[in-house]
Write a protein that binds this ligand. Sequence first.
Ligand SMILES: [Zn+2]
Ligand SMILES: [Zn+2]
Ligand SMILES: [Zn+2]
Ligand SMILES: [Zn+2]
Length: 166
Amino acid sequence: MAEKEKAIDLNCAVCRNQLKQPRTGRCGHNYCTQCLETVLKLLRKKQSKEHVEGSGPESLGKVIFQCPVEDCQVTSVIPNATVDSFTINDKILKEIESQQAQKKKTMCQKHSREKCRWLCLTCKTEICEICIEDHHKLNHKYMNQKKVVEMYTKFCKELFEKKKRK
Ligand SMILES: [Zn+2]
Ligand SMILES: [Zn+2]
Ligand SMILES: [Zn+2]
Ligand SMILES: [Zn+2]
């Protein structure tokens, strides 16, 4: 498998949604455990019918899995037709978890759908667009977070310049 350092695809190759309990196939594509179970079940049903005649007992319970990704189509034989043949992908799992945590962190605690783009300087908390109204009523000073970062960078730069001059 060629390891290309590109952004990891966090979507399932079967349902195209964000991976749930990701597992990796031989080709390196990822699938939700649930999706794999569904696919394997279908394959087992289909293939057990096709293989009734002419195949020995050793083929029983085995399933030929074909990766559903369009230009991949790597096939592999899955003994017992269980998801255990696919490795649990911890790396992807961690990636998804950290993404979700990141998302949560930037969301307003009161209004979970709003991002905290503002900072109230009076109560020193991150606030969202809706929160502003309350803080405004209280006569609080608030600022866009981008501005705060800009100011801070400028402040640091000035500090650094001063030090250099000494
Ligand atoms: Zn899926
Ligand atoms: Zn594949
Ligand atoms: Zn405030
Ligand atoms: Zn809010």
